[in-house]
Design a protein around this ligand. Structure first.
Ligand code: NI
Length: 153
């Protein structure tokens, strides 16, 4: 287990399309453990592999109900809309208003290769959308309505 460096906005890595994971290897499991450590250390609710410099379709999310590991995630349906404040560990201290689906159904493998279906709403739905965007080189500021605000503290 280790905390990895988080790639910041402006780095090309965050603009690439990630490749699917073909096989869950020991290396994949170490990546996932490190991503969880890195996310918790930074007080984040989600982290995608490109944010630690790995161009694979892996993300981790914890919106307060325990860790969710998503390998090769796909959103299969969405419903409604929610508008709220969003930030990103790759752009610390910056926030903006982003509209996302209110509900999301997503399918992904977990760290053991089991396929799981998630019926997400609220913050969990927002986090899934945000992290999956990272896997396609999209960052939240691409979708912000209005200004990106700097937190002053
Ligand atoms: Ni992010």
């Amino acid at each position: 287990m280790a905390i990895r460096n988080i790639v910041k906005f402006g780095d090309d890595t965050l603009r690439k399309t990630c490749k699917p994971v073909d096989a869950i290897t020991k290396r994949t499991k170490i990546l996932i453990e490190d991503m969880l450590d890195t996310m918790y250390n930074a007080d984040g609710v989600g982290l995608a592999a490109p944010q630690v410099g790995v161009l694979r379709r892996v993300c981790v999310i914890d919106v307060g109900n325990g860790p969710v590991v998503m390998i090769n995630p796909v959103i299969t349906s969405t419903e409604g809309e929610q508008t709220g404040t969003e930030g990103c560990l790759s752009n610390p201290g910056k926030y903006g208003t982003v509209t996302r689906p209110a509900k999301v159904t997503a399918t992904a493998m977990d760290e053991n290769g089991e396929v799981k279906v998630y019926e997400a709403e609220g913050l969990f739905a927002r986090a899934i959308c945000h992290e999956l965007d990272h896997l396609d080189g999209v960052v939240f500021t691409d979708k912000v309505t209005g200004d990106v605000i700097s937190e002053n503290n």
